[in-house]
Design a protein around this ligand. Structure first.
Ligand code: 3H9
Length: 687
């Protein structure tokens, strides 16, 4: 037997166990081992077979590191067909997460049991793929078309009890899984239950219009993505063709997905996300500080959202506000957010109440004396932040971590307001903080190793994706946003309308166009920030004049009902506003700009390459550890399309040389001040 698959016969039961840490992925030796074991079981004294896994989980899928390399036999679909063809009944025994090819393995078995805590799912779509080993054919046969489409197109795992209800698994077992599975297999034998092939079950009745409905919904929800549409085609094939013919459709469409740049981008993100959690220069076993209680200064939208993140993870929070009124307002926002989560079906009433009771309020800093971590989340006033940190220094216990949620301020200076700069760090949450997955962890010059390591680990506890940034104005994300917004505004004044800019970027894949983002964030935010800067620091006036005019007119964006667009007070739906176009034309004339039609690809290239060029600088300066970290920031924090892999991956996919040439062209046309290519871009393009 191979080292990663063990096979023993226990009386009448053959037990195949997979042991391929960390997640029992189906790498070649596992496939071979499974094939050898199931083949051996056909001729030995066993009467039934159990497939089970060692370690923390059942098989979590195909081995993603093998993707993009030449395929090595045995192929997974062939192996699974062999398992299903077993003349002796096969039982899959699931714990942890049976995902992708792992769940497909279980579906090829004849019976499935799981511990109650197990989760099962087909997350391939998140890698730009579809289940490629029979999953799209067996699943609808077992749970019906609609449930199959939901499971496979969302990629979200479901719990064992949900899977039981759907009919995806047969039984939930208590106690030791191996013993329970063997006992069940014996019971099945006693009952005379033979092999029961998923592939031979008829697909339950369904509404024939369902496929077109899903195609339309997915065309919106997963704009431009190949895999979700291909999944619908595969599931449809399961209802119209034989199992064997359906498998052929699945194989062809799986291979189309695998070769698409979209899947390459999404697989890159899978590994980039895991890599981002690692800090290269931290000793591996850096001890962590204990975080059992959190204080938050500022009960605004941000503070309240951050409080919810911790409460949702079971960590008690004390919210500090300046007076009772403000505190009440803050707590009532939290209350409303929880009610909204319950309404959307994200939380049960019971769970929301439990989380809500973990958040208490106070107007007295003394309540923070025992907090393990305090996060300051007040508005962006550097002096106020320093005052708060001096107070925290005087109040908090030794060893408490003092964090700021600033989006722009210098964390080194904030740290210098305390006598313990080693305990100070930036934790930059994104709004709405209880929903957005990104957390920029800002490592200041004196931040202690254990403080950094604790915050990176804590991020995972509160279900965030952490990325470390060093200190600079705006850190990774907001710093790159500046040239991106600059180009969006320049496109406006040079000739595009707000719709043209937004439509170009949204058609390209951004979740929201930059002009609508500006309206959502509030035009006054940038306006106020500019007021604090000198003329020289504000940069090219053509890039902010229109926004300034709007802000001075009280058109602050969505919150005031109008900004670059008008907003319906009820639905918040945006519509274009001729007044804005007049303002743009007037300001363009004042600058002596002759407006012209700007091609869509120019809009996209200017905005995206502005991100890339700044990203290169961020890398050179060591603000980000690696290009993948920047990609994670943009995909999780700024609505950059995952199917393009983030700005840095996109630059690679397009070819850095091509990016460089376009940047040079922009530099000639629009000026070297904005478009001087980053030295790293030059180096990579000319190497
Ligand atoms: C598929 O199955 C296609 C088939 O339909 C058809 C084929 C023909 N492969 O996430 P973690 C590594 S597509 C290789 O930190 P957790 C991961 O990189 C696949 N490596 O742990 C990390 O390495 P490192 C469908 C994998 O406990 C380490 O394991 N399946 C794979 O937070 C620990 O991972 C999926 O998409 C893999 N499949 O979460 C499931 N999975 O330590 C993907 C993980 O060097 N995996 N690694 O950074 C997951 O969702 C999570 O890893 C899981 C565990 C929930 C399992």
């Amino acid at each position: 037997m191979s080292q990663v698959v063990n096979y023993v016969v226990d009386g009448t039961i053959g037990v195949i166990s997979v042991d391929n840490p960390p997640v029992n992925a189906l790498s070649q030796p596992v496939r071979q081992g499974l094939l050898d074991a199931i083949s051996a079981a056909q001729t030995d004294t066993s009467e039934a077979v159990v497939i089970i896994c060692e370690g923390r989980t059942f098989i979590a899928g195909a081995d993603i590191t093998e993707f993009g390399k030449p395929a090595v036999e045995p192929m997974l679909d062939v192996l699974l067909n062999t398992i299903e063809a077993s003349t002796k009944p096969v039982v899959a025994a699931i714990h942890g997460t049976a995902l992708g090819g792992g769940l497909e393995t279980a579906l090829a078995a004849h019976y499935r049991c799981a511990v109650a805590s197990a989760k099962v799912g087909l997350p391939e779509v998140k890698l730009g793929l579809l289940p490629g080993a029979g999953g799209t054919q067996r699943t609808p046969r077992l749970i019906g078309v609609q449930a199959a489409l939901d499971l496979i197109t969302s990629g979200e795992p479901i719990s064992a009890p949900q899977a039981l209800e759907l009919g995806l698994i047969d039984k939930i077992v208590d106690g030791d899984l191996t013993e329970s599975a063997i006992a069940w297999a014996r019971h099945l034998l006693k009952e005379g239950a033979g092999p029961r092939k998923s592939s031979e079950q008829p697909v339950p009745a369904f509404d024939t219009g369902i496929f077109d409905k899903y195609r339309a919904v997915l065309a919106k929800r997963a704009r431009g993505q190949v895999a979700p549409q291909n999944i619908v085609t595969c599931v449809e094939a399961a209802t119209k063709r034989s199992f064997e013919e359906g498998l052929k459709v699945e194989r062809a469409l799986f291979s189309e997905c695998m070769q698409s740049p979209q899947s390459a981008a999404m697989r890159h993100l899978f590994f980039a996300e895991r890599q981002a959690a690692k800090i290269d220069d931290l000793p591996k076993h850096t001890p962590l500080r204990t975080i059992d209680s959190v204080g938050i200064i500022g009960g605004g939208t941000m503070g309240g959202g951050i409080a919810m993140c911790f409460a949702n993870a079971g960590i008690p929070v004390t919210l500090i506000e300046v007076n009772d009124d403000a505190l009440e307002r803050g707590l009532s926002i939290v209350e409303k957010n929880y009610a909204a989560s319950v309404k959307r079906g994200k939380l049960t009433d019971d769970r929301a109440t439990k989380c809500r009771t973990l958040i208490t309020g106070s107007t007295d800093y003394a309540s923070l004396a025992d907090a393990d971590l305090v996060i300051e989340a007040v508005f962006e006033d550097p002096e106020l932040k320093k005052t708060i940190f001096a107070r925290l220094d005087a109040t908090c216990k030794p060893g408490a971590i003092l964090a700021t949620n600033t989006s722009y301020q210098d964390v080194n200076q904030i740290a210098a307001a305390t006598k313990r700069p080693e305990d100070v760090i930036g934790l930059h949450f994104f709004s709405p903080a209880n929903i957005m997955k990104l957390l920029e962890v800002v490592r200041a010059e004196k931040t202690a190793d254990d403080v950094l390591a604790t915050c990176m680990a804590l991020a995972r506890r509160i279900r965030k994706v952490p990325v470390m940034s060093r200190v600079c104005y705006g850190f990774i994300g907001n710093r790159m946003l500046q040239p991106y917004f600059r180009e969006a505004q320049l496109c406006l004044i040079e000739g595009a309308t707000p719709e043209q800019v937004d439509n170009a970027m949204e058609a390209w894949g951004m979740a929201m166009g930059p002009i609508r983002v500006a309206d959502l964030a509030g035009i006054d935010v940038g306006y106020k920030a500019r007021q604090a800067l000198s003329e020289a620091e504000r940069g090219d006036p053509r890039a902010y004049r229109v926004a300034d005019v709007l802000a001075e007119m009280g058109r602050l964006g969505q919150k005031s009902g109008a900004g670059f667009y008008r907003y319906d007070p009820e639905t918040r739906k945006h519509s274009s506003d001729p007044v804005v176009l007049e303002i743009i034309e007037r300001e363009a004339a004042a600058f002596g700009i002759e407006r012209r039609a700007i091609p869509e690809d120019e809009i996209v290239d200017r905005l995206v390459y502005a991100l890339v060029n700044e990203g290169m600088r961020i890398l050179e300066e060591g603000i980000a550890q690696r290009p993948g970290d920047i990609d994670i920031v943009y995909v999780y924090g700024y609505g950059f399309p995952a199917s393009r892999g983030g700005p840095m991956h996109y630059a690679d996919a397009v070819g850095v040389k091509r990016v460089y040439e376009r940047v040079l062209e922009f530099s000639e046309r629009f000026g070297a001040e904005a478009w001087a290519p980053a030295p790293l871009l030059v180096q990579l393009a000319t190497e």
